[in-house]
Design a protein around this ligand. Sequence first.
Ligand SMILES: [Zn+2]
Length: 441
Amino acid sequence: MGLGAAPFAVAAVPHRNATVLRDADLVLTMDPELGEGVLGRIEHADVLFEGGVVSAVGRGLAVPRDARVVDVGGQVVMPGIVDTHTHLWQVSIRGGCADRDVLGWLSNCSVATQPRISPADMYRFVRLATLDALQTGVTTVVDWVFSLPYAQTEQYVRALEESGLRFVYAMGGLPGREIARMKRELIDPLPLGSAHVSSFSDIGQLERLRADLRLARELGVMLNTHALEHRSQRAEKPIEALLRAGALDSDLLLNHAIHLTGHELEAIAGAGAGVAHCPLSNMRLASGIIKLPRMRELGIRTGLGHDGGTADTSDAFALMRAAVGLQRASTMDAGVYPGVEDVLRMATVGGAEAIAMDDRIGSLTPGKRADVLVLDPGTLNFAPRFDVIGQIVFNGQPGNVSYVFVEGRMLKSRGRLVNVDVAQVISDAESAATSIRGAIT
Ligand SMILES: [Zn+2]
């Protein structure tokens, strides 16, 4: 469809809870069927959502009489960011272990602190982290936790729910019946929540991997594993372990996946498994550089992730910039994959594909959930406009995100989080942090 095309509309959608984003300068639908190019661009267009679902995108849409009208003149509308891998609780150790690699960070910061966090403090940390994610335009998070008891999980999930984010809670490291109970009691009742089973892939612990896989199958959810983040983890032979356990398939998400051989990349592609790439974390923790161009050639489904506290803040723009920059710096080729369009796709619909949620989120295709962000380019860090797509990636900052909607619900408006006492949230997290600082070595 070209720029002058007629609006794409869905008939007989109820007009309840309707919102129209009116007269955006540019809508990046991420659906090539709806607009121009791979990002499905439409200029000077409206986006209408009703009952939490995108119902129409196009120029001069007819607006239901009771609709909320948000004037987004001069701004850019796109799908919300899908963060395919994070650990929100790790805001508790922000700034810690600044001179350690991933192994040092894990032992001296992460593993040292998690058991010391009370349920009440877990809520305070995750509350802060969810708001940090929302303010940069993240609308879906995949949060990976391990060995977290019921009481802490209850407060963790409460903070996720209260944020209004869509979330996937990947949990493991406890008896299967306990994971099943937490899913049934804490996650299943929540319309925006779903679960994965979190795991490690290590040939030395094949029985545990098999048990995790059985549990994931029983619960009907994806298996979600860290793999080959540090070069020394080659000794764990994670891809061989996954193959031997029967876990390497399209219901698997691999986090980091840096130190892979050519044959292993081909095995992942052949199996249809997804990958979560965390470039800010990989830089910070000296982990290495993922082989994205080869993964693209093989058609591996890949999304982006902040990787929680290891990336230290939620900045979707810095994340995209790092994904592009790492490949350019290592190949000295400005044409290497991903380019700016590729990385915008990776941050949205690519992430949705990696976690098999692209039937619901990732693009502004009518019928998908209304997870939307609006970006205001009229700021010191962004202006003057020249190539807006490139500028989103190279100049964007969380402060450019003027509106965020999840399931049609407005969570950020005119640059401010809605109905949140930010100062109180920060103060609560500060006081909670004092109780775990002594554990960091
Ligand atoms: Zn991680």
